[in-house]
Design a protein around this ligand. Structure first.
Ligand code: GDG
Length: 496
């Protein structure tokens, strides 16, 4: 697949010409499963894989990550990983981790410390020193694997909060390497970041890269404010696109790149005859004028309990919606090993039970709750069918669901109700109805407004939203990031 926007792009560089791209993420882009006596590789899913695979196929390179299996199983699988490159222009390199290491580093430090803290939910953090030790050790292991694979000219792109520390090991082992890092989740303001016992170490870890990318201007501002507060010896200089930090004799660019989606792929899928038929069938089966949709990983940052409370309020304050409004809430199982997630599931299921118990009537249920993931074409049919999409995150790096909904609204009938605390709000504020998810009364009122919105206003708003998601697509995000990575490690990069 080629980048689908006009100008010459970093991701379209001729194979080898711009050096290999080395992508580093927690998981490899394949799912490894036992099959009889052998092993089966299935392509991974998710936006990152979709966006980066074509770039790697074109430039050539390497993807480094944990394969999701034990070190013993990896010893068996390793020879087969090499076969992967026979069908692809890039290689896979697996980082071995024991179950215990993965538990402490991933479930522990990444998801019980950094994830809640970076989403401003510091009371959910458990600052266990062993988690920090494991995080450092695993990040060093990743760094060693990348350093061993590194060749002159390579461009290394590390993804997300789990792997913030990889850059430091790599910088020590290969001082001249070109290193980029992208944070998919928000960066918190100083008064929240202050709680982290290892706050200086995390900031220093980020400054080992040549480029640190955030989702939004808000996140970059917070990062700069945290540096001023907790690492004053690393001054932040310049403005806008030339903002950078001077640290340890090097310059580190700090920029933001809102991640996009493959909008064309989503709209093509939603426009296909089979998805159109499925969407029509969903609408007929549900039989309501107002079909609302929520699509969320089971995660306390997504604000699902607030959304359900708003629906409860809508139905009790405005009885005219009974029999005429249904919320389809898809919850995708996630991080079941992390404390707090099971509790969130129980809370949501209790609410759904209460609301359905209080309002359902023969032939009508106000909330259709699905706790599983669905195939991509079914998701596209739900997006196409829904009159309203409710994205109510308490804080979100971006929120791709909001963008996917817009891309799939081929009939432009739908209204996007979007949390002002999602990164996507910065780009979609003109077409969406923005809400504060903590304000149940306000949220219920916006759902009502969305349901009452005249067809012409829906069409105008959705057209604006679609223009944005079509032009700010994920291939552009990749190109923009790679183009901003300084040509040589630590170089001034045109920064003022
Ligand atoms: C993190 C940040 C940032 C969901 N259910 C199904 C399904 N999905 C797919 C959606 C979407 C993805 O999962 C969810 O992405 P989000 O962006 O909404 O949220 P996170 O998972 O929390 O992602 C976030 C993102 O990274 C990217 O930088 O936007 O802020 O938290 O793509 O389509 N896909 C399928 N079936 C499902 O049932 N096939």
């Amino acid at each position: 697949m080629r980048s689908n926007h006009g100008s010459a792009s970093a991701s379209e560089a001729a194979p080898g010409a711009a050096g290999r791209l080395v992508v580093v993420s927690n998981r490899l882009p394949v799912v490894v499963a036992r099959e009889g006596d052998g092993w089966r590789f299935e392509p991974g899913s998710g936006g990152l894989v979709t966006a980066l695979e074509p770039v790697l196929e074109r430039r050539g390179g390497l993807w480094i990550g944990w394969p999701g299996i034990s070190p013993e199983a990896l010893a068996e699988v390793r020879p087969h990983l090499a076969d992967f490159a026979a069908d692809h222009r890039f290689h896979l390199e697996a980082v071995p981790l024991t179950e215990r290491e993965h538990e402490l580093y991933y479930a522990g430090f990444a998801n019980e410390v950094l994830w809640p803290l970076f989403h401003d939910l510091q009371t959910r953090c458990t600052f266990v020193p062993d988690y920090w030790e494991a995080f450092q050790a695993v990040n060093r292991r990743f760094g060693e694997v990348v350093a061993a694979a590194w060749r002159p000219g390579d461009l290394v792109w590390v993804h997300d909060y789990h792997l913030i520390g990889v850059g430091e090991t790599l910088r020590a082992r290969v001082p001249g390497a070109r290193l980029g890092f992208f944070l998919h989740i928000p960066f918190p303001p100083p008064d929240i970041f202050a709680k982290l016992p290892w706050r200086r170490e995390i900031l220093e870890g980020l400054l080992a890269y040549d480029l640190v990318g955030f989702q939004t201007g808000r996140d970059r501002r917070n990062f700069a404010a945290c540096l001023r507060a907790f690492l004053p010896e690393a001054p932040v200089r310049g403005r806008g696109r030339s903002q950078h930090v001077v640290h340890a004799g090097r310059q580190v660019r700090i920029l933001y790149f809102p991640i996009g989606i493959d909008a064309r792929a989503f709209s093509d899928l939603a426009g296909s005859a089979s998805v159109a038929a499925r969407a029509a069938q969903l609408r007929a089966d549900l039989g309501v004028e107002n079909l609302a949709l929520g699509v969320d990983r089971l995660d306390y940052t997504k604000g699902v309990p607030f959304k359900l409370e708003a629906v409860r309020r809508l139905l009790s304050e405005r009885p005219e919606y009974r029999q005429r409004f249904t919320l389809v809430q898809l919850m995708v199982p996630s991080r079941e090993e992390v404390p707090g997630y099971q509790q969130q599931k129980e809370e949501v299921e209790r609410q759904v039970g209460e609301i359905n118990g209080a309002f359902a009537e023969p032939g009508w249920v106000p909330i259709q709750y699905l706790f599983r993931s669905v195939p991509r074409d079914e998701l596209a049919a739900l997006y196409r069918a829904a009159d309203v999409c409710l994205a109510t995150s308490l804080k979100d790096g971006m929120n791709l669901v909001a963008k996917e909904y817009c891309a799939c609204q081929v009939e432009r009938r739908g209204v996007l109700v979007l949390s002002e605390f999602a990164g996507a709000a910065g780009q979609l504020e003109r077409g969406a109805l923005l809400i504060n998810p903590y304000d149940i009364v306000g949220l219920a009122a916006r759902i009502h407004d969305a349901c009452q919105m005249p067809a012409e206003e829906r069409r105008l708003r959705m057209s604006m939203l679609q223009r944005n998601v079509a032009s700010e697509h994920v291939y552009r995000w990749v190109d923009d990031f790679l183009a901003a990575l300084p040509a040589a490690a630590g170089a001034a990069s045109g920064a003022g």
